[in-house]
Ligand binder design. Structure first.
Ligand code: F6R
Length: 592
């Protein structure tokens, strides 16, 4: 949610470097973008616009005509203030003496702004961010670094902030809740919300933790703990990321590439450190209550987890969305266990739930994709899903890998880890047969048929009830068709009133004891004129269109969601939406 990137080093085309790097962060926000560079004369020049940075091939000549060794940039997901050029970052104080970019929310900006206006500061945007620029300016008499610290001490909320000054050749940055990573090259420094921004230049990184700041200058790098105001040492970590894995390659969109990658990613997820899976299973067995927490798609995966543990290990597990967690905090004891699920490992609502639980002494297990994320770093045990970079906003390959890990854990809890592994290995091989152009074209046929509908519904039961809800998320976010997922049995208690002639309804039908019930729900919909798309291992006379999936037993959620991911993708393309960057969304939701 908002991407930040900055460069300081020997290259004099810093604005161009930031432009290229920011393009790799566009998944974090694509309402507007902006770059500021500090010319060697000290003058700071800014260019900012609404729209996507990926469409930009060159910068205004003011940013490139003179040597500039320092630049900062930002791609925005709007929170405070509409999507306008003026509200785009970077923001500046009067005379552009201080220029900043910011990811997150400055919660007390209204009172700070009022105070600054009374002191004579003139604001030009509607953003919370601009307050920081004026706040630093207000105290600049104390020196750039001290003024930056004063501004941070006055600001409330979760954010990452970078600032440059007309008068000093340095970049200052701080984090409290939103990610910031420093990359170090030879005599040059990068700082970004995510590693792909600078992966082309260096794989050496240092992580900023909460309430820490960093100063990047020609003569070196200094980290400070903002609570104690003491200098701190940071470990350099070498990232083993491959730049190519974060590229689209032969695919038109990341979303399709990532759907297709599930051939490999599921196998990688299954190939876990067995000792760790058994350790977590043991922790679940002995915990005073286990609570799964996640948001959005990761939340739906967590809900599937409650069914998996019930069926496979006869164990009751609780689930809450990160944003709803605080209501259940009183039940958490120091012997409770939290399992946090997240692709990015940076989702603010999930992080906040972890932080609250940690205060009560709860042990934290996280199932994450980004192994270097905040979540991974603050957890007691990390189970990496190893899906590789997921760039499309809609989660696909991370989803099936997270499902696989929960399936393994449930089997391990029941003392049947080998059985679970065998099931998942067989499922991975069936997925391999499924993900081919023929299957994709077949699903395109139904996408063409329903591309102009206004609403569609998805029903599922048991393990596939949360998958019906996850299907709705996929369809909503990229096709913009109104979609809702229900437990099949719930339909007759209200939502069936929404069905009219031709309303598409996807019925997810597993080949198990739930089949009769969900087929009967589909029949009820058909009787009201609904058009039934069955996702099932076997055809049925109630289906108007059948999408075949393997018969995968407890892995049914994994195989059932894949054709719906493909359908959502096809619908997005047919409706001329960009599936990688759906409107109003961002990949990593680092605000509450
Ligand atoms: C939907 C989607 C989101 C995320 C949610 C949590 O396709 O991707 O609903 O699942 O924002 O994100 P992570 O998994 O990064 O915590």
């Amino acid at each position: 949610m908002c991407g930040i990137f900055a460069y300081l080093g020997p290259k004099s085309n810093s604005a161009q470097i930031v432009l290229e790097g920011l393009k790799k962060l566009e998944y974090r926000g694509y309402d507007s973008w902006g770059i500021a560079c500090r010319r060697d004369s000290g003058e700071i020049v800014i260019e900012k616009h609404t729209g996507k940075i990926s469409d930009v091939s060159s910068l205004k000549k003011e940013l490139t005509e003179e040597p500039a060794h320092i630049a900062i940039g930002h791609s925005r997901w709007a929170t405070h203030g509409g999507v306008t050029d003026m509200n785009a970052h970077p923001h500046a104080s009067e005379e552009k003496e201080i220029v900043i970019a910011h990811n997150g929310i400055l919660e007390n900006y209204e009172s700070l702004k009022k105070d600054l206006i009374e002191k004579g500061h003139k604001f030009v945007s509607e953003t919370d961010t601009e307050v920081f620029a004026h706040l630093i300016q207000e105290n600049i008499g104390e020196g750039f670094e001290q003024a930056f610290k004063i501004a941070l001490s006055k600001g409330a909320g979760r954010y990452a902030l970078i600032a440059i000054s007309k008068n000093e050749e340095k970049i200052l940055a701080a984090r409290r809740g939103s990610p910031l990573i420093v990359g170090t090259g030879s005599d040059e420094y990068f700082i970004a919300s995510d590693i792909p921004a600078f992966l082309k230049y260096t794989k050496k990184v240092m992580y900023l933790d909460d309430d820490q700041m960093v100063s990047l200058a020609k003569d070196g790098i200094t980290f400070t703990d903002l609570k104690t105001d003491k200098k701190i040492e940071k470990r350099t970590i070498i990232i083993d990321w491959d730049e190519k894995s974060a590229e689209k390659g032969e695919f038109k969109h990341f979303m399709l590439k990532e759907i297709m990658e599930q051939k490999m990613t599921l196998t990688r997820a299954i190939n876990q450190d067995e000792e760790k899976i058994l350790e977590v299973a043991q922790a679940i067995k002995t915990a005073y209550g286990t609570y799964i927490v996640g948001c959005g798609t990761a939340g739906k995966v967590g809900m599937v987890g409650t069914y998996l543990f019930s069926h496979i290990a006869q164990k009751h597990i609780n689930f809450m969305f990160g944003s709803e967690f605080s209501s259940f905090l009183p039940f958490m004891k120091d012997k409770s266990l939290m399992i946090a699920i997240s692709q990015s490992g940076e989702t603010a609502d999930t992080l906040e739930a972890i932080e609250e639980a940690k205060k009560k002494g709860v042990k934290i297990v996280s199932i994450v994709n980004v192994e270097t994320s905040t979540m991974a770093r603050i957890s007691d045990i990390v189970i990496p899903i190893k899906a590789g970079p997921e760039k499309a906003v809609a989660s696909t390959k991370a989803t099936t890998s997270q499902l696989a890990i929960l399936t393994l854990l449930a089997y391990a809890c029941a003392g049947k880890l080998d059985e679970g592994k065998r099931l998942l290995v067989a499922t991975a091989s069936q997925i391999n047969d499924m993900l081919n152009p023929r299957y994709e074209n077949y699903i395109r046929e139904i996408a063409e048929k329903i591309q102009n509908v206004e609403s569609m519904y998805i029903i599922g039961k048991d393990l596939n009830y949360p998958i019906a809800m996850e299907s709705a998320i996929k369809l909503q976010e990229v096709s913009y068709i109104h979609a809702e997922g229900f437990a099949g049995g719930e339909l007759k208690h209200g939502p069936i009133a929404l069905i009219s002639k031709g309303t598409p309804c996807i019925a997810i039908v597993a080949n198990d004891e739930t089949k009769a019930g969900i087929i009967s729900n589909a029949t009820e919909i058909k009787a009201r004129g609904g058009y039934i798309i069955g996702v099932s291992p076997e055809n049925n006379s109630v289906f108007d269109f059948w999408i075949k999936v393997p018969d995968a037993g407890m892995a049914s959620p994994i195989v059932s969601i894949i054709p719906i991911q493909i359908l959502a993708y096809q619908l997005a393309v047919l409706r001329q939406n960009n599936p990688d960057m759906p409107r109003n969304l961002a990949k990593s939701v680092t605000v509450k």
